[in-house]
Design a protein around this ligand. Structure first.
Ligand code: HEC
Ligand code: HEC
Ligand code: HEC
Length: 176
């Protein structure tokens, strides 16, 4: 009983602060023992679907591991981000069609890595990466998986704001 009471008070708290982590927890623990009608009101108010995902994201394409495929969304024209919030932005930086291949040693049973400039420069300008994260010369950066997972190099964005490490083969995409 105490268990149920504390769950439904978490939900009431949630009614006040619409959304957030508590709501996710509530929706997964059997709807916090709330009547169905009340539950769907919460869902609507918070903008989350029954799985706790923002409704606005449900129209976007997904990768094979189930993350939002932001690159495909841009390519398919579903998303058309503004380049800048400024009234008179400086001209957009160009999309660069240049793939960089990182060869992985035979000792490791994973395919080589392809870093594609094109989908990155659709979102980011050159100085988001050069020179602070990557020296602008192929092979000039001592990148390793270990350092990526610690949040360096690709890990400055991947696993934070871009798709996570668990999607190995999206980076390790070229057979040796
Ligand atoms: C998301 C990060 C990122 C962005 C944004 C980015 N680059 Fe790069 N760039 C890289 C990486 C990673 C490498 C490879 C570094 C290495 O091999 O150690 C690279 C390498 C390069 C190289 C060296 C190629 C060679 O053969 O030596 C040039 C030139 C370059 N980038 C130009 C640009 C320009 C111009 C832009 C903007 C239009 C840009 N980059 C945007 C990450 C980025
Ligand atoms: C965001 C892109 C990205 C993702 C995701 C990623 N890797 Fe990597 N990985 C790299 C890069 C870049 C290197 C360094 C290439 C080099 O040696 O120059 C690397 C290197 C490696 C190496 C070589 C040894 C080392 O430590 O450098 C192994 C093994 C490896 N990755 C395994 C994995 C596995 C397993 C996964 C999934 C759990 C994974 N990677 C996910 C980009 C990625
Ligand atoms: C400054 C941020 C940043 C850095 C650093 C960065 N990425 Fe990305 N990357 C992104 C964003 C943003 C996207 C698009 C959003 C998404 O797919 O999650 C992306 C997408 C990608 C894609 C998907 C391309 C497609 O066509 O679907 C690959 C592959 C990738 N990154 C590999 C790498 C590798 C390898 C490195 C390191 C060498 C790296 N990225 C470093 C921000 C970054």
């Amino acid at each position: 009983m105490g268990y149920l009471t504390s769950l439904s008070s978490a939900c009431r708290l949630n009614n006040l602060f619409s959304g957030g982590a508590i709501l996710l927890i509530c929706l997964t623990i059997n709807g916090c023992a709330q009547p169905k009608a009340v539950k769907s009101q919460i869902v609507k108010k918070s903008g989350l679907d029954a799985e706790g995902r923002p409704i606005a994201l449900s129209v976007l394409p997904k990768t094979i591991v189930g993350d939002i495929d932001w690159v495909a969304a841009l390519k398919e024209g579903i998303l058309q981000p503004k380049y800048s919030l400024e009234a008179n932005p400086s001209p957009e930086s160009p999309i660069l069609n240049m793939d960089i291949v990182f060869n992985i040693g035979e000792a490791y049973p994973v395919p080589n890595v392809v870093f594609p400039h094109a989908p990155h420069t659709m979102w980011l300008s050159c100085n988001a990466c050069h020179p602070a994260i990557f020296i602008m010369r192929q092979g000039a950066n001592p990148i390793s998986m270990d350092r990526i997972i610690k949040g360096e190099y690709c890990g400055r964005c991947h696993g934070v704001v871009a798709f996570p490490f668990t999607d190995c083969f999206r980076c390790h995409s070229r057979p040796k």
